[in-house]
Ligand binder design. Structure first.
Ligand code: DON
Length: 554
């Protein structure tokens, strides 16, 4: 079946059929944003590798076939839950270079410049290669080089550019600003057409060195030396010392529950897990869902819950290695109940009149997600990113990979909105070696101790509300996974004070929301979910039709 309706939104790639976006498997399932990555990960599982092996293979393939977000030059989070109930979270978020400083992106008048978004100075120290290697070293079962082989093959022999990739490369103005990016990804202006072959020999050589020497090459070897030299030549901040010092960290996953569902999710420096759990806690026991999925009453209540969390996020969240993040206080039932009591079921609370909560004992675009379940029942959820689409736009000459612009996830100027319009505070100010606050929310859900869901999404701050809505669609509104992902989504982040809605809400609903005092803005799309759910002895995988992903299982 071709999802012709999606063409109307310009969201749907003509060379992808709906059939590859939903899959059922008895044993194992992979859902990623891009078909080659799904196929490579599934092949690893079929050859006896586990979900971590498959996640490593997918991570490297996406760096080749989905250059807007797949990466070597970015960072992210990996959440794993093993069949014996052990769970772990790897933080391979980028870090600010040692030469970074609090006001580095402000001009003489104190106004934020574009430097946190575009060009060499926007890049933070990449974490992906260390993160994938750490995952492999701890839990992998297949040889490292074998897991890099599909990515190397796709980089050196090339792959056929899809309709959506051709359009995305053509539209990426930032790539045109940097000669190496323009040469590789835009053929110096002779843009790729769907069906053309994209070959990336420099990236293939970099991947080959990683296959041979491991992550050391990236952080201490030839790749590190060439990256640091290019940084120096172009006024960037990342040095050999920054690269050598970069560490991926294992942190305990954040745990919570909702109506008997057990949730494992991302701890700080992600704001996603805390947000998901706080919003769920504010909803539980209210019976808000009785008004019915998509009703104005439900959208209103969820909006008010979102507004309250994002106000808290603006003040309290940041890198836990630099300040104590009051996670327990933010999830404290007494605090959450007090915040809940400020919700008026009839009227929108103006964000201007609502600040972050005073905690009981408080002290002072483009990303991608993939979900994997293997035949043993191990589950892996990975969200990783360059931040903006194609990151800061810079491809390191000779190395073939793009660098992130994750420095913009810091509060470049505390109190002033960032690229995503987010207001952020002192806890997320720039400091050398610090990790910028993230919204990435890889999440695993259990029911009666058994794996029930694996999910996540890109979308900057909209990630957290996307994961929340897909989860609620399944749990509170009894929708199947495909419908839960398909349904139009909305988002509120405290400031700007507006509900952002996808096409598909009824005009009646929107009118009722306006009557309650909400301002409504339209968005083309919100999030791109890659989700797996257990269904009567089967795994159902769904790749969001808002993108051109693929679900595949056996
Ligand atoms: O970590 C974060 O929250 C952002 N850097 C994620 C960026 C993102 O999801 C862009 N995708 N559309």
């Amino acid at each position: 079946m071709r999802a012709a309706a999606w063409l109307a939104f310009g969201l749907f790639s003509a060379d992808v059929t709906c059939a590859q976006m939903v899959a059922r498997g008895r044993h194992a399932m992979v859902v990623t944003r891009e078909a080659h990555a799904t196929d490579a990960a599934l092949a690893v599982l079929q050859a006896g590798g586990n979900a971590v092996d498959a996640a490593v293979a997918a991570g490297f393939v996406l760096a080749v076939t989905h250059p807007a977000a797949g990466n070597l030059g970015g960072g992210g989070f990996l959440l794993v839950r093993f069949h014996d109930n052990r769970a772990a979270f790897l933080d391979f978020r980028e870090r600010a270079p040692l030469a970074a400083s609090r006001n580095m992106y402000l001009d003489a008048e104190g106004t934020p410049t574009r430097e946190s978004l575009t060009g060499w100075r926007a890049a933070a120290v990449p974490g992906t290669v260390r993160g994938l290697e750490l995952a492999h070293r701890k839990w992998g079962t297949r040889p490292w080089a074998e897991l890099l082989a599909p990515a190397i093959r796709l980089a050196s022999h090339g792959f056929l550019v899809s309709y959506a990739l051709a359009r995305s490369l053509r539209q990426a103005k930032v790539l045109g600003e940097f000669p190496e990016s323009r040469r590789i990804f835009q053929r110096d202006g002779r843009f790729y057409e769907p069906g053309d072959r994209l070959v990336q020999p420099e990236l293939a050589r970099t991947l080959e060195r990683l296959a041979r020497h491991g992550a050391r090459d990236f952080y201490e070897g030839e790749t590190a030396r060439r990256l640091a030299a290019a940084m120096q030549a172009h006024g960037g901040l990342i040095t050999l010392e920054d690269l050598r010092r970069y560490e991926a960290l294992e942190r305990p996953p954040l745990r919570g529950s909702y109506k008997g569902w057990e949730i494992l999710t991302a701890p700080p420096p992600s704001s996603g897990g805390v947000g998901l759990l706080q919003m769920l806690a504010m909803l539980e026991t209210t019976g808000y869902e009785k008004a019915g999925a998509g009703s104005a009453a439900v959208v209103h209540f969820l909006t008010e819950v979102m507004r309250r969390y994002y106000a808290d996020r603006s003040r309290w969240l940041g890198d836990p290695d630099f300040a104590r993040i009051p996670v327990q206080e933010l999830l404290d039932p007494v605090y959450v109940a007090a915040r809940r009591r400020t919700i008026d079921p009839e009227r929108a609370t103006p964000s201007e009149s609502l600040g972050p909560g005073e905690l009981p004992t408080a002290e002072s675009s483009e990303t991608t997600h993939y979900s994997i379940v293997d035949a043993q029942g191990n589950a892996v959820a990975v969200t990783y990113t360059l931040n903006g689409s194609y990151g800061c736009g810079v491809t390191v000459p000779g190395l073939g990979f793009l660098l992130n612009n994750e420095m913009d996830d810091f509060a470049v100027k505390p109190g002033a909105p960032n690229y995503y319009g987010l207001i952020q505070g002192e806890a997320n100010a720039i400091a050398p070696g610090k990790r910028p606050l993230s919204s990435m929310t890889p999440t695993i859900v259990l029911r009666n101790g058994r794996l029930a869901m694996v999910l996540g999404s890109p979308g900057g701050p909209r990630i957290i509300t996307t994961v929340l809505q897909v989860f609620l669609n399944l749990v509170d509104f009894n929708l199947d996974l495909w419908t839960a992902v398909l349904r139009p989504r909305f988002h509120h982040q405290w400031k700007p004070d507006a509900i952002v809605v996808e096409p598909g809400f009824s005009p009646d609903t929107l009118a009722l929301l306006r009557a309650k005092g909400h301002r409504i803005e339209e968005a083309r799309s919100i999030g791109e979910v890659a989700a797996i759910a257990a269904d009567e002895g089967w795994w159902v995988g769904v790749a969001d039709p808002r993108a051109e992903g693929k679900a595949s299982g056996f």
